[in-house]
Design a protein around this ligand. Sequence first.
Ligand code: GLC
Length: 569
Amino acid sequence: MPGHTDWWKKGVFYQIYPRSFLDTTGNGIGDLQGIIEKLDYLNDGTPNSLGIDAIWFSPFFVSPDLDFGYDVADYCAIDSRYGSLQDFDRLLAEAHRRNIRIMLDLVVNHTSNEHSWFKESRSTRDNPKRNWYIWRDGRGPRHKPPNNWKNNFFGPAWTWDEATGQYYLHSFLKEQPDLNWFNPAVREAVHKVIRFWLERGVDGFRLDVAHLYCKDEQFRDNPPFIHRLKQIHRMPFWDRPLAVNIFQLLELPELQDKIYNKHHPETHRILKEFRRIFNEYPGTTSIGEVISENPAVVASYYGASDDELHMNFYFALTQCRWKAGAFRRSVARRESGFPASAWPAYTLSNHDITRAISRYGRKGQEDARARLLALLLLTLRGTPFIYYGEEIGMKEAKLPRSALKDPVGIKWFPFHRGRDGARTPMQWNGGKHAGFTTGEPWLPIGPEAEKRNVAVQEKDPASLLSFYKRAIHLRRSLPALQEGSYTVVTAGVPRDCYVYARELHGVRLAVALNFSKGRRKCDLGPAPACYRVLLSTDPRRKAETVTGPLSLEPLEGCLLQLEAGKRSN
Ligand code: GLC
């Protein structure tokens, strides 16, 4: 799509989980036609629509759906339940017509066990594709697994294949065998996949678990978990919510620090090859799902000379406690721990984690907190990623065990309900099944759909959806928000508030966020100055000019602009 090649730095991304967006066939799962019908909702070129610039689609390729699309059986075909390649081309054209870019999910650490590559690979030991996956003999006379590696869901990373008498490696389910990325033929095959979609006109890729591609070639045993405990809390544990700390502890039964099956140096070479292909198609972008507690490790995936991924998610932001200081410190670690050229990407939620509104839910404060988070997300220095439904305050659903579909929820510890609660159908209206389907939805509708839906909120200028629209459209009109510098303001700011400035070409914006339940006064620095309120999370605040400290209502956040010529120094 023509236009600026760095559009992705300025734009707002929206993640769609296609299965849950809009079903037009009545089979209970979303489809491509449903997405096409809702493109105007996402961006019709006017401030009446949400105004996003790009969509990241979770996978809709052919898949037996053991991990709901993250187990791909054919990378170049659309699963017939979602539509066809023709539908995809139409979706792409319709999106581009509205200046919406399209980013696909590239899930190539592993394939489905139903992919023809794996079927061939497992057929005989001398099949030409045998070495496309990672096969090993068992250890000792009792054929024990080749080493102690665990997968990232639960249980061993090796599964014995009776037919050919060897184990194969899988970082997730046994139905998701890992590709052997040391094999040049695998690289070539994936390059073809990338080119297939770039030739069709897609604008970028999200790279699923990009830090896992290559594993230790000597297949050494991972050391015990205690090693990890020593270095795990680079983010101080008091900055993390209790749930996150407990989650880390839950990994204890795995009793190992997975150092030998992630962040292998060879992975960087693979990403450099990808980048060279992306560069052949100007305007293409990429973002890595790279998971590490260590910012320097995540930073390394941008490449020393900006020659790997264009962006990497900064997941630490999703792990902050509800404390102004926790968010401020987390952003400070991102700002100082990464080279200046490594463009930030922030998100609050995705299909793998509890929805932010529920993660931070306190009775009576959920919506105010959601607004504050929205303002933070849309005003930080970096590209914001919104998860579908976040803009209407969709909550995490507490589903009965019988309704669960996610293998993580079903197979994990009995009290772990997996990720389905964050994947429930988009709530379009207050009608039956929230307007998502005329059939039976694949997952139940989430809570409070009668008020957390698009139709109701579109009519209400004080709704969360209206707030998102205003914030996104303001962001578009303010280059300082898209490209300006970020400086934190601490002088004259109470501990439970977070204030920062964004500046570009003499335009200074200030963002002031009150994380507390009380009224607070914040300096916006450098005092004294005169600021104009551009946006507040509190719909009752009128456009006004502020001199001296800004008074914030409980849980209020404001975006302000320094009035020209009114700065004192
Ligand atoms: C990524 C995806 C997740 C999936 C896993 C295995 O983490 O986000 O949904 O289960 O990879 O592909």
